[in-house]
Ligand binder design. Structure first.
Ligand code: HEC
Length: 138
């Protein structure tokens, strides 16, 4: 019984700690690689996603139907990171809209939905997104 009580106290403490940590991160300054709501930092920066997914050809491999299930999940993981970042240029709303469409498309590909590949192709239009969100100096 004593151990059970201790376990409960630990549980309550860790929940409290999680809330506190969230509150602190919400105060993080804009422009960092955090979610639009200022929560967890993105796992991958936009530049890393562009390198690994677009330059190295992971997205193309998936579009060409040559990707393994592991590739598809890796793609989804990279794209989820986009939704966790702030754009270096352009409106946050526009960025979220584009990133969310890309995430949904990659998720549909990962679970094998018929329209996944087509949605992925449409939502990862390089020029359309760069025009709005990629700084000219890059
Ligand atoms: C959802 C929006 C979006 C889409 C879609 C997108 N990009 Fe990007 N890309 C960006 C942003 C934003 C940057 C600038 C990142 C920065 O400077 O931090 C960028 C930068 C890049 C860079 C430069 C990376 C660096 O190291 O500076 C390359 C290369 C790139 N994108 C390739 C592509 C290609 C190829 C495609 C299409 C297959 C594509 N991107 C689609 C948003 C996008």
């Amino acid at each position: 019984m004593r151990w059970l009580g201790l376990g409960l106290v630990c549980g309550v403490l860790s929940v409290a700690a999680a809330f506190t940590a969230q509150g602190q991160q919400a105060a993080a300054p804009q422009g960092q690689q955090t979610t639009p709501d200022g929560e967890t930092p993105a796992k991958y920066s936009i530049k890393v996603v562009m390198e690994k997914v677009h330059k190295a050809g992971l997205q193309k491999k998936v579009l060409d139907g040559e990707a393994t299930q592991e590739d598809k999940l890796a793609l989804l993981d990279y794209y989820v990171s986009l939704a966790e970042t702030h754009p270096p240029q352009g409106s946050l709303e526009g960025w979220r809209e584009k990133a969310n469409a890309v995430v949904v498309a990659a998720a549909k590909v990962a679970v094998g939905r018929d329209d996944g590949t087509q949605l992925l192709k449409a939502s990862t239009n390089c020029a359309a997104c760069h025009k709005e969100h990629k700084p000219p100096t890059n």
